[in-house]
Every structure is written in C-alpha cells, then in structure tokens.
Write a protein that binds this ligand. Structure first.
Ligand code: ADP
Length: 396
C-alpha cells in the first residue's frame, strides 16, 4: 500500500509518501509559509531535492501542490491519485476520547474539534489538514494518529494534578503527555533489541529534541511521562521552560507588568536552552559555545542533562526497576555529551555507559557496557513510519 502521512501545522505541512510493504519513503517534503505566501520543498528518493515558491493562500492550495509534486512526470512517484491507498494524519491532542488511532469519520472530526481547547495552536491546524485532504481525495480512507493516545494508559495517580478535583471534572485538566507515537515506536523497538516482549520489560524512553519528553513504559504501556496538559511541562527544552514553580508567573507579572499571555509566550518561546544560554535553542550551537568557553551554554546543557537524569531515576523508582533506556530524536540520537552527562553517576542503578559506543550519532546502537545491568541504546525514532503502520493496520 502507498500511504501519505500528513503532519499539518498552522502555517506548515510536512508529508511523506511511504510504501508500507517495503517501508520505503518514496517522496517527502514540506510546505511552509501557508497563508503568508508559500514555499514547497520536495524530494523524491534518488532524485534531487527542489524548492519552489508557490501561492498557498490556504491549506487546500498546499495539499494541491503536494499532490502535484507527487504526480509530476519527472520528479513525481505516482501516475494517478488512485495510487494513494490511505492517508495518515498526525493529530496532536486526542484528550481522553482517543486512546488509540482511529479511522476518520465526521463524528471523529467533531470529537477532535472538541479537543481544540486543549491544543489551540495544533488541533485546529490538524483539522484543516484533514479537511483539505478530504476535499481533494474524498474516497481515500484516512486515519487519525494522536500524540496523546499512547499515554492514555497512565494510572490516575500519575495523571491527576494536585489541584481542586473539580478542574479535572469540569475542564479535563490533567496530564496527557505528547510524543506518544515516538514513545510507542521506540519502546517497542527497544524491547525487540533486548530480546524481550514489550509486556515483559520496563523501559524508559528519552525523546530529546527541540521539544523533549521522557516516558516510563511498563509492560508495553505508558505509566508516566514528563509533558502535561500541554507540551510545556517536564524537561527544560529548546525554548520551553519545562516544570517551574507556578508562583513564578505571578511574580514576573508583578515585576515586569506583563499579562498572562505575554508570560505564556516567554515560557514557551524565550525560555529553556535559549533563555538560559542567551545564545540559541539548538544544541549544536550550545556545543560550540561550550567549546569556546561560554559558561551560560555550559549551564544550559548541564541543567538539561541534570533533569534528564532525575527523570530517569524517578521513573525507575515508579516502575520498580528498569531493564533498558533509549535515547531518541535530534539530541538523543546525536549528542554524546548530553547522553554522558545524563547517565553518569547512575552506576548504583546498574547503568554503565560505554564511552566509545556513546560516540555514535544517528544510528541504532547499544551504548552501555556488556556488564551494565540496564542496557542503554540509541534508537532512532520514525514518527512518519509509525503513523503509516498505524494507518495500514486500520485500513486493512
Ligand atoms: P523537533 O522537536 O523540532 O522535532 P529534533 O528532534 O529535530 O526537534 O531535534 C532538534 C535538536 O536536535 C537540535 O537542538 C539539534 O541541535 C539537535 N540535532 C539534530 N540533528 C543533529 C545532528 N545531526 N547532530 C547534532 N545535533 C543534532
């Protein structure tokens, strides 16, 4: 089957066409600046990547450009739209309604819309992507794959905040967690790598990218995760604070005469690695800063790795032990220094990093020593492939 995977944001749309039999990516690309002006970057496996400025007043126009790129006689990969067997949409928030992926129907779209409150920046954009695809491919089956679904197995003690209980009842304020598609994909692969069934092991997945989260996966199920009601919680990230004392918000508002919206913007866009270092949200720039002796870059990375280590320890405690740990996503796969800092001193828990193996970047690799009781791995994530697999499973 050929599955088109769509990840639609408010002004961007990422796509991949995947052959689900071989799991090969046939073509992929990105539409940016939708509703502003528009730009498409497309690449077909084995051919040169190209970028065109394109008029994209709305997402329908963007999807049209994508389909045209896939159909193009020279650079395309299909000769008719009938060759697209299914579309898998990444949806950020499924609330408590969706504990797994689902075929998209009118009722499902309505239910996704009801979660808009919980992800006001993402869900409306995801829905626009669904509608645009439906209008251009009305007969193609479509599947919604939710970032939150994998975490719906968390027990109530892990997802309830210490707030008045009515807020949970009235507004569904609770921990949901994100990056679920990645945590699910990586935890399954990690179980395979250590020769166990997912049901028979406890693993911790550290998804460390621009947005970062860590999940405790016990017997194949998410039992706790660091992100919360929104993706702002947990680890300090590229530009997000992660967990802070909630009283800080009122404190800043008083000192700097700022509104809640302005502070929210600071917590989401100006904090984390960027705010701490004053240099960049990107770990490559922080590494460079550290090598040049920039102490705030050193501090930012130290803070990040320290939090990763603390969550590893707390999730091992929450699960009553851990068999294996995976590092994934941009930083997890490519940053030996962060992995070293995050695991050093954990020998008491049976974690011993193999320094040479830890130099590996971007490929699957065991990075703990042979005598390490807990095995530690780099496991590259592949959210698009995971979405394609979920889509095929439902459509078949
Ligand atoms: P997102 O959360 O936006 O998907 P990514 O998972 O792509 O983010 O992670 C982005 C981060 O990963 C950046 O801080 C970047 O420095 C780091 N990163 C990505 N690729 C590499 C690489 N090849 N080498 C070193 N660092 C990388």
């Amino acid at each position: 089957m050929k599955v088109l995977v769509i990840n639609c944001g408010s002004s961007s749309l990422k796509y991949q066409l995947i052959d689900s039999d071989t799991e090969e990516v046939l073509a992929k690309g990105l539409c940016e600046r939708i509703t502003i002006d528009g730009r498409l970057t497309h690449s077909t496996t084995g051919k040169d990547k190209y970028t065109i400025d394109a008029d994209m007043p709305d997402h329908n126009a963007a999807v049209k450009y994508v389909l045209n790129a896939l159909l193009d006689k020279e650079t395309g990969v299909i000769s008719s739209l009938d060759e697209i067997d299914a579309v898998g949409h990444r949806i950020v928030h499924g609330g408590e309604k969706f504990a797994k992926s689902t075929m998209i129907t009118d009722e499902v779209m309505q239910a996704i819309e009801e979660c808009n409150d919980l992800a006001p920046l993402h869900n409306p954009a995801n829905l626009i992507g669904i509608r645009a695809c439906k209008s251009l491919m009305p007969d193609v089956p479509m599947v919604a794959v939710f970032d939150t679904a994998f975490h719906q197995t968390m027990p109530d003690k892990a997802y309830i905040y210490g707030l008045p209980y009515e807020y949970y009842v009235n507004y569904k304020i609770r921990k949901y967690g994100f990056h679920g598609t990645s945590h699910s994909f990586v935890s399954k692969r990690l179980a395979e790598l250590i020769g166990k069934k997912p049901e028979d092991c406890n693993v911790i997945v550290c998804h460390l990218g621009n947005g970062s989260s860590i999940t405790a996966v016990k017997g194949g199920k998410s039992v706790d995760t660091t992100m919360g009601l929104t993706p702002l919680a947990g680890l300090p990230m590229g530009t997000r604070t992660g967990d802070i004392d909630p009283a800080i918000i009122e404190f800043i508002a008083g000192k700097e005469d700022k509104t809640v919206e302005e502070i929210n913007q600071i917590l989401n866009k100006k904090s984390g690695m960027l705010g701490l270092s004053g240099v960049s949200s990107d770990f490559r720039d922080l590494d460079k800063g550290i090598s040049e002796g920039n102490d705030r870059c050193r501090l930012a990375v130290d803070v990040f790795a320290y939090h990763v280590k603390k969550f590893i320890g707390s999730y091992a405690a929450a699960m009553g032990g851990v068999d294996a740990i995976a590092f994934t996503a941009g930083v997890g796969e490519n940053n030996p220094y962060v992995r070293k800092l995050a695991t050093e001193g954990l020998e008491f828990m049976g974690i011993k990093l193999d320094e040479k193996a830890n130099e590996t970047r971007g490929e699957e690799m065991k990075i703990s020593t042979e005598d390490s009781k807990v095995s530690v791995w780099i496991v590259p994530t592949n959210e698009e492939l995971a979405i394609a697999r979920e889509t095929v499973a439902l459509v078949k």
